[in-house]
Design a protein around this ligand. Structure first.
Ligand code: CP
Ligand code: NVA
Length: 299
C-alpha cells in the first residue's frame, strides 16, 4: 500500500493509524517494524519537520533512514523517476518522497517494490493532514460536526489534503480566502462528496461558530518568484487576534509550519494561548511512527 494522496486512506484506515498512535503514546503498541528496516527519504524540496520526524520515528522503531537530496542524485541529470525508484526501492523497505509533481510521485510509486509515502507535493500533504486531525481530536474529542476554518491560501497542498481528511472524518470545513481565489476544484468537489465544505471571502461569515483556525504560508515552496504578488493577494487574510476573537471562545489555532509571523499569522496569535502549533509539530513524529507501523502490518 502507498499513501500518495489523502484520498488513498479510508475513514477506517485513518482511525486505525490514530489507534496505533494512541497505543504508542500509552506504550501499548508492539513495535512491529522489521529490525533494520530502511526508510529512504527522497526530497526535492527543503524540510525540517517531515524529514526529521520520519528519521526520528524510524530510529525509535529500530529501523534506519537514509536522506537523499534529489539534487545530488542522477535525477538532476535526467535519470527517470521510474529508474530511480526501481533502484531505490531495491535498497529500502519504505520510501518517503517530497516532490514538486504529484505525477512524478505516482510514477515513483508505480515503479517501487516497497510502500511509498507522500512527504508533500505541490498538490498534497497527506501525512500533515493526519497529524492535524489527530491533534484536533485530542482537543475536540468528537470530530463530528466541528467546524475548521482554513484561512489564506485555500488552494495549497495542505488545504487540499486537510479538506479530504477532515471531511472523511465528518468535520465541517470553511475555506476563507480572497474574492475570486478558489480552492482546487478536484479536491474541493471530492471533499464535498464526503462532507460539508464551504468557501467564502468573508472573514466575518466564515469565522462564525469556528472551533479550529488553520493557516499555512502565503508563499509555498516553489512559489518564491511570485512571492510579492502572493503576499499582496492574501494580505487581508492574516490570522490575527481580531479574527481569533470572532471564532468560538474555545477555538484552537493551528499552522503546519514553517510560519511567517506578520504575514499569514500574527506573532501574538501563534505565540498566544490558543495556539497548538508546537503540539501539532510534535505529533508529526508520533504519526510518522503510526504510519510506518500501519504500512508494516498492511504489507
Ligand atoms: N509541516 C511540514 O511539512 O514542515 P516541513 O516542511 O519542515 O517538513
Ligand atoms: N504549503 C507549504 C507547506 C509547507 C509544509 C509549502 O508547500 O511550502
Amino acid at each position: 500500500m502507498n499513501i500518495l494522496s489523502s484520498n488513498d486512506l479510508s475513514k477506517d484506515q485513518i482511525n486505525k493509524i490514530f489507534e496505533i498512535a494512541d497505543n504508542l503514546k500509552e506504550n501499548k503498541e508492539e513495535t512491529a517494524i522489521k529490525e533494520n528496516s530502511i526508510l529512504s527519504l527522497l526530497f526535492e524540496k527543503p524540510s525540517t519537520r517531515t524529514r526529521l520526524s520520519f528519521e526520528a520515528a524510524m530510529a525509535q522503531l529500530g529501523g534506519k533512514s537514509v536522506y537523499i537530496d534529489a539534487q545530488t542524485t542522477h535525477l538532476s541529470r535526467g535519470e527517470s523517476v521510474g529508474d530511480t525508484s526501481r533502484v531505490l526501492s531495491s535498497y529500502s523497505d519504505f520510501i518517503a518522497a517530497r516532490m514538486y509533481s504529484q505525477d512524478d510521485l505516482i510514477e515513483l510509486a508505480e515503479c517501487s517494490s516497497v510502500p511509498v509515502i507522500n512527504a508533500l507535493t505541490d498538490l498534497e500533504h497527506p501525512t500533515q493532514a493526519l497529524v492535524d486531525m489527530y491533534t484536533i481530536k485530542a482537543h475536540k474529542k468528537n470530530l463530528h460536526n466541528i467546524r475548521i476554518a482554513f484561512v489564506g491560501d485555500i488552494a495549497s497542498n495542505t488545504a487540499n489534503s486537510l479538506m479530504i481528511t477532515a471531511s472523511k472524518l465528518s468535520a465541517n470545513m470553511v475555506l476563507i480566502g480572497p474574492n475570486g481565489y478558489l480552492p482546487n476544484s478536484t479536491y474541493f468537489n471530492k471533499a464535498r462528496e464526503y462532507g460539508n465544505v464551504e468557501v467564502t471571502a468573508s472573514i466575518e461569515d466564515g469565522m462564525d461558530n469556528v472551533d479550529v483556525i488553520y493557516t499555512d504560508t502565503f508563499v509555498s515552496m516553489g512559489q518564491e518568484k511570485i512571492a510579492e504578488e502572493r503576499r499582496k493577494l492574501f494580505a487581508g487574510y492574516q490570522v490575527d487576534q481580531h479574527m481569533v476573537d470572532m471564532a468560538n471562545s474555545d477555538a484552537i489555532v493551528m499552522h503546519c509550519l514553517p510560519a511567517h509571523r506578520g504575514e499569514e499569522i500574527s506573532a501574538d496569535v501563534i505565540d498566544g494561548p490558543k495556539s497548538v502549533v508546537w503540539e501539532q509539530a510534535k505529533n508529526k513524529m508520533l504519526i510518522a511512527k503510526a504510519i510506518l507501523l500501519y504500512l508494516s502490518i498492511d504489507r
